[in-house]
Design a protein around this ligand. Sequence first.
Ligand code: ADP
Length: 857
Amino acid sequence: MASHDPQFEDRLNQEYNLKGRTRLAALFSIALYVLFIGLDAIYAPQYFMTFLFIRLGVLAAVGLILLVLSRTNSSRSVMNVALALALIDAAAIAIMIYILGGFLSSYYQGLNIIVMGMIVLIPLTFRWTIYLYVSIWIMYAVPSFVRYFLGQKPIVVDGAEIEVWRFVTNNLVFLTSIIVVGAFGSSIMESIRRRELRSRIKLEETTARLQESNVKLKSLDELKTQFFSNVNHELRTPLTLILAPLKAVLEGRMGKLSPTHKDTLETMQRNGYKLLKLISNLLDLNKLEEGRMRLRLKNVNLVAFIPPLLAAVKPLADQRQVRLYSQNPPHPVDLTLDPDQFEKVVFNLLSNALKFTGKGGKITIYIEEKDRTVTMTVEDTGIGIPEDMLETIFDRFSQVDGSKSRAQAGPGIGLALAREIVLVHKGSIRAESELGKGSRFIVEMLKGDEHFDDEVLDRRSEDMPIGLRRRLTDTNEPHVRDIVSDFRRRQLVDLEKVDIESGRVDKAKIHDALVLCIDDNPEVLKLMKMLLADDYDLELVSSAEKGLAFLKAKNPDLVLCDVMMPGMDGHAFARAVKKDESLKHIPVILVTARTGAEMLAEGMQAGADDYISKPFDSTELKARIRGQLRLRQMEAELSLVNRNLRMRTSDLVDQQKSLFLSTVKSLASAIDAKDGYTRHHSTRVTEFTVKIAKKMGISGKELGDLELAALLHDVGKIAVPESVLNKPGKLTDEEFKLIKDHPVRGESILSPVVELKEIARIVRSHHERYDGTGYPDKLKGRVIPLGSRIMAIADTYDSITSERPYRRPASHRFAVKEIIGCSGTQFDPEVVAHFLETASTFVPNQGQDQEEEAKKA
Ligand code: ADP
């Protein structure tokens, strides 16, 4: 339980004030020793003087202990002093107990007081407590036992004798129990003390670490702020120096410009102003948040201050078909403010109102004067702001998420800047809104000028952006000044509309490939047009949805698509294209301002064929487009070659098939020719088979197979010698076996050809019988292929009606009767039924033969 870390031990004793509490215990023991003199006088008057001496001795010793204590500092020594104090107190009581008769005295209660008092008063360690308790027990028990064994008489209480051993037991049990309880208490209290100290130390360490990081963060923040404002200054100066000559060029001071040049330079100028505005706003915001903004206060009549600002916004409002109104008191409303800064507040509120108010909407500025304040309210009938965002929109970079708002995405610093400006004027700003109905921004300003903090006031006379100050003396650069005043006029540059006609660019020019460009920013479309119009037919559209519709209608050769767009974004577009079988071959190149591996991976996963990040280099853009187009062309050529190859292969297969067929057909005629009696047998069987099959509704490939099977059904007879085939007499068993083998042989001749597999099966089974007694496999019923069952009837009919070496031909009627007779045994009754339906059209062999005979004659 004891920790071996001396530092920790010292700390523990310090925290729990070991020294102070030992002193307290010493004082307590002095007080108690003095008080108990009274008890001595009552309980043991016979020993009063002895006890008085003992007590005085203890008091002197405790006095000495107090002296030592005041000079002791190490926690171990204090602990020893505390132990000594307890032992002295206990020893004195032990002596008095001995004098009073050992176990027979009730003075042992004094020891109980020490046992309990010590652990309560002094934070002794468990080990020290045990030392103390063992010593107390010995101090009491040993001398008392000595008295006991020397012999003591029983005590008489109320006339009854109580033996001494009962007192021994009683007192020892009580003292021991108190010591055990005390030891437990001491152990528990010590572990609590240690645990508490450990947590406190941990807490202190964490706090120290936090403080350290806090200091680091603060210095980092300062550095960042410093860096930020340096960068901002450094950006503003070169930007101003780009814009100034640009303005001079655009004004025609350096020669006349062609419309294309003018257009391009204007785009550059507009975007330069946008950048300048952003940088200036960030710089202002930074200054305000750091308390470095200085105000140049003037007395302003707000009623006269607002109209020129509204007039500046009017053309943009007209463009967007939004009406502007103002309502103010009929008398001047004076306010002390920094007009340049307050103008930014008004412009920001107006520009937001314009951004988020659709065609036909209305924006109103109200000015109201109260006792001590003036409020300016900018109210619009636009899309509104969700209630939970009404506070947070004033935070830096905060934006309401939602497609409508995203379509007008800005950097999210306008309102933060407005709030800071208002706050530095000691005013307040808040928003109220109803989603879908509109928003109101209410700015409340205090009248008079007493409320301004002295340190925010700028007493200098010159007002010029910091980046420009050092150029003031440079009289050869008058345009730099113009940029400053221009910049004030162009606070609403974000809202300026860029003219770019969507749709096909320059229809007169025809190029090899049609490229579809999709971007919600008209200026990017304009740039695409400038870069690509000479090489490709271009279609410009402003949303992915429109792009998809165009894709389906016109099948362009390639798509360049922006990623971050309101509504369907570039990734969703790429996914939609690649999912559509009819469109997926069209290459999609995504164009994005966001870079990074994750973005790239997301684009590629969506199925984009390539990715290009803004700002892109025109050569790179063109090279990527060319690469994709070439790839696509090669793919198209390859698929053409493939198609041709497939066609040629199928031609060859067809040729092979017909060659094979003519071969097997000649084989069939060869067999027919071999058997003089059965001439044309195969042809006739084929004819009959087809007739029955058609009656049964068989058609298409199945019928074709059956026809071929019938033609070839006796092909196996090629292996049977003519002498056997044409033998007039009875056949020997051997010869009969040879003949019976022909279906199997027929199958083995045909089966090597894959296309004839089914035919081979029919041929093999054409001598099977419906009742299962046929050959070669003894198949039964419908297990016999249908073709074989049909062919069996056709074959039998022709055999009966033909002349054979061993018999005369029988008549048609006879043959039909025979077949009916064998229905259900040799033949399938269903097929027999169909045979009967068509049998009347069968022309028996003898007719043909007779005709032929006649012809020959
Ligand atoms: P930014 O500098 O991008 O214009 P602001 O700080 O001016 O950003 O505005 C923050 C957000 O507050 C906007 O993106 C928009 O979502 C919301 N907002 C501001 N004014 C209005 C308004 N009049 N109507 C609807 N939403 C607004």
